[in-house]
Design a protein around this ligand. Structure first.
Ligand code: GLU
Length: 454
């Protein structure tokens, strides 16, 4: 059976590092197995879903290089939900309720006051047909709950958390449909997982109790003959729940929640750095600046995931980013480099960058104009000697410094620094051996002569 995974964002905002991580792991799971990765847009909530977020989510995934094999939209699948609903209702697994939000809140408080879990008391199950008709006649439309089977044990072997068990009697019958007829997340997601033949559901551990409920929805749908389609899964998918991502302070910070891919991009973070970090954060595998994602895919293994929250640290990301930038090929960055900067230029400058868009600052040392510092008289005569000694061969910097070392008393800093300052205007920077050929013979001689003549 081939692996089919899905990433199911609700288009109510941009992706942030937490859900980028979920997307990435589902993508890796599918790619490692040579399977299918589905992008499912959970847009049943018409009031909160926005088309611009659908576009932004797709743009973010594209920026990250997380390609999807198929796109599905929940808003296009309402007939399927209607079918599932009818079947479950006919099977007695869905029942109408009429409590207002305030009534439910009071029930909740009473239960909590008695030290009981704040679960729905199933009062609506006891309504007679006449009482229901009266509610409807009074203008209170029904909302709908799924009837959990308290006798049916809920268990699964979680791909990360190991064996899990839930007592259905400890859970609340979930509302699956609002009074206006719109859908809540719980049932459509299970319907989709069946119809799309999802083999593995990998998501955050905030969904563990949803899984317990959804397992009963799956089995109720199978029992009601729902999975009739050819492509449909015939069994409950494998579930895995990963520990949540937290900030350095150990909490899911607001800042982390809003750290979106456009914010990362603006800060000069490469998608490969995001991928390298999130692929392994929270696993027993070392986070390393691996720019080749096939290496990350090959080593991806749910068994290496820990149960402790994964700590996301922005400084780690920046460090990783610099290390990734130092590996990027010219072709990968060409379009983002200053005009005229060629492959040799990129190679010379790359080791000095924390982010690609700093390349322009260093490239200015090559194309000029540069600001030279003031030199002492001694340095000026040294630089005049340098201008005279300059010879253009395969390694002009090596030749120049070797010649000056033997013709002057200078060595170390005194030998190198005035040359670097005269040639670049800076005290530090890219390797001069690589930079000098880029500056070129006549410009280099002009800079040395200008410094000598100050
Ligand atoms: N739309 C849901 C969410 O973003 C999907 C959860 C799931 O993966 O089933 O939380």
């Amino acid at each position: 059976m081939s692996t089919i995974t899905r990433f199911a964002p609700s288009p109510t905002g941009r992706l942030h590092v937490g859900n980028i991580r979920t997307a990435l792991h589902n993508w890796m799971l599918a790619r490692k197995a040579g399977g299918t990765f589905i992008l499912r847009i959970d847009d049943t909530d018409a009031a909160r879903s926005r088309e611009e977020y659908v576009d932004a989510i797709k743009a973010d995934l594209t920026w990250l290089g997380l390609d999807w094999d198929r796109e599905e939209r929940q808003s296009h699948r309402l007939e399927r939900y209607e079918d599932a609903f009818t079947r479950l209702k006919d099977a007695g697994r869905i029942y109408p309720c009429y409590e207002s939000a305030q009534e439910l809140e009071i029930k909740r408080k009473i239960a909590l006051g008695r030290g009981l879990p704040p679960n729905y008391d199933r009062a609506a199950l006891g309504l007679t047909d006449a009482e229901r008709a009266e509610k409807e006649a009074q203008g209170t439309p029904a909302h709908w709950r799924f009837l959990l089977d308290h006798e049916e044990p809920i268990a699964w072997n979680d791909g990360i958390r190991g064996p899990q068990k839930f007592d259905a009697a400890q859970l609340s019958d979930p509302v699956i449909r609002r009074a206006g007829g719109s859908w809540l997340y719980m049932m459509p997601s299970a319907v989709d997982d069946i119809d799309m033949g999802i083999t593995q559901v990998l998501r955050g551990e905030d969904h563990v109790s949803n899984t317990a409920v959804q397992i009963q929805i799956f089995t109720a749908l199978f029992a009601a003959g729902f999975a009739a389609q050819e492509s449909a899964a015939k069994k409950v998918p494998c579930f895995a729940h990963e520990a949540l991502l937290v900030g350095r302070e150990g909490k899911l910070s607001k800042r982390l929640g809003s750290l979106s891919s456009d914010a990362l991009c603006e800060r000069g973070i490469e998608p490969e750095a995001v991928i390298a970090l999130l692929a392994r954060l929270g696993t027993s595998q070392p986070v390393e600046p691996i720019a080749d994602r096939s290496t990350l895919v090959a080593s991806f293994d749910l068994a290496t995931f820990g149960r402790a929250p994964a700590k996301f640290n922005e400084e780690d990301l920046e460090r990783l980013n610099a290390a990734i930038v130092h590996q990027l090929d010219y072709t990968a960055v060409q379009a983002r480099l200053p005009d005229g900067m060629d492959e040799a230029g990129w190679h010379a400058i790359r080791p000095n960058l924390a982010r690609v868009d700093e390349a322009g600052e260093w490239w200015r040392l090559v194309i000029g104009p540069i600001d030279q510092p003031e030199f002492s008289e001694d340095d000026r005569s040294y630089l005049a000697a340098a201008a005279a000694a300059l010879e253009w061969g395969s390694d002009p910097w090596g030749a120049l410094t070797a010649a000056l070392k033997s013709s002057t008393e200078r060595k170390g800093r005194a030998l190198f620094l005035p040359l670097r300052q005269a040639l670049t205007g800076m005290d530090h920077g890219p390797d001069m051996g690589e930079l000098l050929p880029l500056i070129g013979e006549s410009e280099a001689r002009a800079r040395l002569t200008r410094a000598a003549a100050q």
